[in-house]
Design a protein around this ligand. Structure first.
Ligand SMILES: [Zn+2]
Length: 392
């Protein structure tokens, strides 16, 4: 019966060892080598080589096929000091891998030589439970959740659409939510604007929304802008955000948002609601059409009823706002296909979703080749029947 030392010596005679210097100079992922870290999870988390693949030695035999499908790929295995990697290299050879090396001295020698390594960022222990259902989706996972926590989303309007979008984006752990709204909460808002409660009546909407969002998820920073967006402030605000959610029913604001978003190259997730019908799209500057490609004229008369109290089914903004929130998460995590170049029309009575292709307009005044964006020149939209302002 051989003891451990003997097993190790035998393994070392049957494998090829390379130095940390060799790995730094040439045997690295930039030159087609796969770096395999066979340490335990807590060691990996303290730091590891850039672009290394994590596969603890205990799982090597079970998972090698899946994680290292090509038996002829060049693999440099490392551990903390070079012992486990020598044994792992031997195991890989026994499994049929033909081009395996063990990095002598391991991660400790790598660090002692002053070579670069990365320390993975982690979702905090106190956040693991809250985001556990995201962490279990491979396409989101810890890196996706960290990305969400670092993301910044601006909601233009804390009304019907901003409410469901805001609540779910906060619950999802989008780290910073900006809210633009100058209104105060009115009793007629409560039928659909779920950010606001009966006790919020009379409060500025941004303050009422902040209170709700903090209760939903205290991880989220809420920045409030109780102002009208106009040419003097919009670009400065947009610059700080990754995605803009447009939930305003005011056409001046819709064009202002569009033109400022194209100027600052920020994607806009657009939604609108009217009675039983909703429309949604995602405008990604210069990749797809913008709002003005779709509605070139600043005040289309057929769309005029939007700023009065035209009526909207209370549950309708829930559907539309959540599709907007879904688009936001997809954009932030680069998942799936955004609703760019397509208008999604929802009819609650027929329970249909129809998609219409919307092309870029080569003559678009905002995103076309001869575009001229002048935020100060966007006309004030006047309602045909003047009523109190009442968003979405
Ligand atoms: Zn356009």
């Amino acid at each position: 019966m051989s003891d451990f030392r003997e097993i190790l010596n035998q393994a070392k005679q049957q494998i090829r060892e390379v130095s940390v210097q060799d790995v730094q100079d040439k045997l690295n992922p930039d030159n087609g080598f796969t770096l395999l870290d066979v340490r335990e999870g807590d060691e990996w988390e303290q730091g590891h080589l850039n672009k290394a693949i994590f596969l603890p030695r205990g799982f090597l035999e079970v998972k090698a096929d899946k994680i290292l499908p090509d038996k002829n790929q060049a693999i440099v295995v490392y551990c903390a000091g070079g012992t486990r990697s020598a044994l792992a290299a031997k195991t890989l050879q026994d499994l049929g891998y033909t081009d395996v090396y063990s990095m002598a001295g391991g991660f400790n020698a790598w660090k002692n030589n002053g070579f670069p390594f990365i320390t993975p960022e982690k979702v905090g222990k106190d956040q693991m439970a809250r985001y556990s259902r995201h962490l279990r989706i491979p396409e989101v996972g810890e890196q996706g959740q960290l990305k969400l926590l670092k993301s910044r989303v601006l909601l233009v309007g804390a009304g019907g659409l901003g409410s469901p979008a805001g609540v779910y984006l906060a619950a999802s752990g989008v780290g910073t939510l900006g809210l633009v709204d100058y209104d105060v909460v009115d009793e007629s808002n409560l039928q659909r604007q779920i950010l606001h409660w009966t006790s919020s009546i009379g409060m500025p909407k941004v303050d009422s929304a902040r209170r709700t969002l903090f209760e939903v998820n205290p991880d989220v920073k809420v920045r409030t802008y109780p102002i009208h967006l106009d040419a003097s402030n919009i670009v400065d605000i947009f610059k700080d955000y990754d995605v803009i959610v447009s939930g305003s029913d005011n056409f001046t604001t819709a064009y202002m948002v569009n033109d400022a978003a194209v100027l600052t190259k920020k994607p806009v997730v657009y939604g609108s609601i009217f009675r039983f019908e909703g429309q949604m799209s995602t405008f990604i500057p210069y990749e797809g059409p913008c709002f003005r490609c779709l509605y070139p004229s600043a005040t289309p008369p057929e769309l005029a009823p939007s700023c009065d109290e035209a009526g909207v089914l209370g549950v309708l903004p829930g559907v539309v706002g959540l599709i907007q929130a879904t688009e936001v998460i997809k954009l932030l995590l680069k998942l799936g296909t955004p609703l760019a170049g397509r208008l999604l029309a929802y009819d609650a009575l027929e329970m249909t979703f129809r998609k219409f292709k919307i092309p870029r307009d080569p003559n678009c005044a905002t995103c076309g080749p001869n575009a001229h964006i002048d935020l100060a020149a966007i006309p004030e939209f006047v309602c045909s029947v003047q009523t109190t302002s009442n968003r979405g």
